[in-house]
Write a new protein. Structure first.
Length: 352
């Protein structure tokens, strides 16, 4: 498979669905990736198993509040800066990029970076969705060191850091987010291909593209069929409480049911991503399973920063990647990590 001008929009639609409201708006990311693909050609999507064991893979993603990314545009050169810093550090070439977070714009930006660099993009990512904190990565669950970590802004500034662990990676990155004006590109949990085979969410790039194609063909039903997800509620957004603090967009979205769902009300709790969907006192879906709010007409996912009063929406929930349902995965990104009192129960149980 390769990503090109013909399937970039499908890929972006799928990334938006997997973004669960976060990961950054895909609009500007698509424009940047389209420009890079037009100038430099398509990007090969490589099976991690086809790479040499010692091939150096650089996971890349953006950090910061998604609300900032709408106005603070990237230059497109951030990936080049990150790769050059990593190559100087390791003394050998980076042989492939990896999407650190498949959700939202973070799943799209690396396509343009890979095109500019002439590098393949491995068919994997670090989350299988979007999470609000950088240590919530499959590589962390698998014991891959967070250091060294590299950060780059749109002006060509670069910072290399050696966090003691993934928790320190998160602290350092958030400080840099503030210093760089609310958003910054980063690379961390650098690894070889042998490690990537056991420490990442495999197949996520092809999955995102398939979800987007299914959405374009069959709308909400296409997304549900491709992901095994469920429809929680169709209705109207009647309240949005949103604030940007500590590098995150936090708040709640209230949806009042319409049609067959009339009389129902679902409140979605947000920290960049949609993390918990509650009806009365009952959870309908909870992190690490995915909760996505889609436009009722187009079926496209609505990012956190674009949710508005009066929108007609459908709230979906999708099972997460298996790694997040393990004890180790739940310790890293389960409900307790976000301060929720409700214990994790798989979507398949809650949906019954």
């Amino acid at each position: 498979m390769r990503l090109d001008l013909g399937n970039l929009d499908d890929h972006a639609r799928g990334c938006a669905i997997l973004g669960t409201g976060g990961g950054g708006d895909t609009y500007a990311s698509v424009l940047a990736a389209r420009t890079a693909l037009a100038e430099y050609g398509p990007v090969e999507v490589a099976d991690v198993g086809a790479l040499a064991d010692d091939a150096l893979i650089l996971p890349v993603a953006g950090w910061g509040a998604p609300t900032v990314g709408i106005e603070k545009l990237a230059s497109g050169e951030e990936g080049v800066t990150l790769v050059r810093m990593a190559e100087r550090w390791f003394g050998r070439p980076v042989e492939a990029l990896m999407i650190g977070e498949i959700g939202g714009g973070n799943g799209v930006d690396p396509v343009g970076w890979a095109a500019r660099l002439g590098l393949p993009l491995v068919d994997a990512d670090g989350m299988g969705r979007a999470f609000p904190e950088g240590d919530m990565a499959a590589m962390h669950v698998a014991g891959v060191a967070a250091a060294p970590a590299f950060f780059a802004d749109e002006r060509g500034n670069g910072v290399a850091a050696t966090p003691e662990d993934a928790a320190w990676l998160e602290r350092i990155a958030r400080a840099l987010v503030v210093a760089f004006g609310g958003s910054v590109a980063g690379a961390d949990h650098v690894m070889d291909a042998a490690t990537a085979r056991r420490a990442t969410v495999l197949g996520s790039v092809t999955l995102a593209t398939a979800i987007g194609a299914a959405l374009a063909a069959d709308g909400i039903e296409g997304v549900l069929g491709q992901t095994g997800g469920v429809r929680l509620l169709a209705g109207t957004v009647t309240d949005v409480e949103r604030r940007t603090t500590g590098g995150f967009a936090r708040g709640t979205v209230t949806v009042e049911g319409t049609g067959e769902d009339a009389g129902r009300r679902v409140v979605v709790h947000v920290q960049n991503e949609n993390l918990l969907a509650m009806e009365d006192d009952r959870p309908l879906a909870i992190v690490p399973d995915l909760i996505t709010i889609c436009d009722e007409g187009s079926a496209e996912a609505i990012p956190t920063e674009r949710i508005r009063y009066g929108q007609r929406v459908v709230v979906l929930a999708i099972p997460c990647a298996p790694i997040w349902r393990t004890d180790a995965g739940l310790r890293v990104a389960g409900p307790e990590r976000f301060g929720f009192a409700h214990p994790y129960r798989p979507l398949e149980e809650l949906a019954r």
